[in-house]
Design a binder for this molecule. Structure first.
Ligand SMILES: C[S@@+](CC[C@H](N)C(=O)[O-])C[C@H]1O[C@@H](n2cnc3c(N)ncnc32)[C@H](O)[C@@H]1O
Length: 218
């Protein structure tokens, strides 16, 4: 399945401008394996929301490598969500949903065990976009470069605003497949009171909430 995904990235992904042509020969080491190591910090059976998924990195890689996960891929750009839908259909991935929209639009509608991202935004903005989607016992896990350690000090007021714990910077994987991630949990899970993720996808939850609104309006 991963090989089929790599082939789609190297062909349609490049043609549609979702992956740079120079990335095609180094898809495995720089993209697929690099994203797969994130699996080390994902609990069995977790619900995962991948913000700014782009061509599916890391969300689709995780869905392929870990069929126990329920994955929601979020991206505002139609060109990207069309590609994601096509890959999901082609690979027959049943536990993946695509939501076209911005991270902020999901706030208050769902929470997930893990909110992932790669190359999405500076840490301050990542916290604002991700933490409102993290379940009480969950975590934000963002793939960043090693320089993320320099971002931690300046974001302390934002961590305090959200009630988030001190970030952990972890190096995952080994050999050529390594990734630096920043992991942030809640300081006090008992104080997290927004809607919780259930096993339905964010899309199902939005459908059900709009049908409730329709019932309410009639
Ligand atoms: C630099 S790309 C990274 C894509 C992919 N994660 C990767 O590592 O290849 C950033 C992605 O974030 C998406 N994006 C930008 N603003 C966003 C937002 N507010 N919420 C969710 N996604 C967003 C963009 O459309 C784009 O696909």
């Amino acid at each position: 399945m991963a090989e089929r995904y790599a082939a789609l990235l190297a062909t349609e992904g490049v043609v549609r401008g979702l992956i740079g042509p120079r990335e095609a020969p180094r898809l495995w080491e720089r993209h697929l394996l690099n994203c797969a190591v994130l699996g080390e910090v994902l609990p069995e059976g977790a619900t995962v929301c991948d913000l700014g998924s782009g061509a599916g990195l890391p969300g689709l890689v995780l869905a392929i490598a870990r069929p126990d996960l329920t994955v929601t891929l979020v991206d505002p750009l139609l060109r990207r969500t069309i590609f994601l839908e096509e890959v999901i259909a082609e690979l027959g991935l049943e536990s993946v949903t695509v939501v076209r929209g911005r991270a902020e639009a999901l706030h208050g509608t769902a929470r997930f065990d893990v909110v992932t991202s790669r190359a999405l935004a500076p840490l301050a903005r990542l916290l604002d976009w991700s933490m409102p989607l993290v379940a009480p016992e969950g975590a934000m896990v963002a793939m960043k470069g090693r320089s993320v350690v320099d971002e931690v000090g300046p974001v302390r007021p934002i961590l305090a605003k959200h009630g988030a714990s001190e970030p952990e910077v972890l190096e995952l994987g080994s050999g050529e497949s390594t990734a630096v991630v920043v992991r942030v949990t809640w300081a006090d899970p008992a104080r997290v009171s927004w809607p919780l993720a259930d096993r339905r996808t964010a899309a199902d939850q939005r459908r059900s909430s709009s049908s409730k609104k329709r019932r309410h309006n009639t």
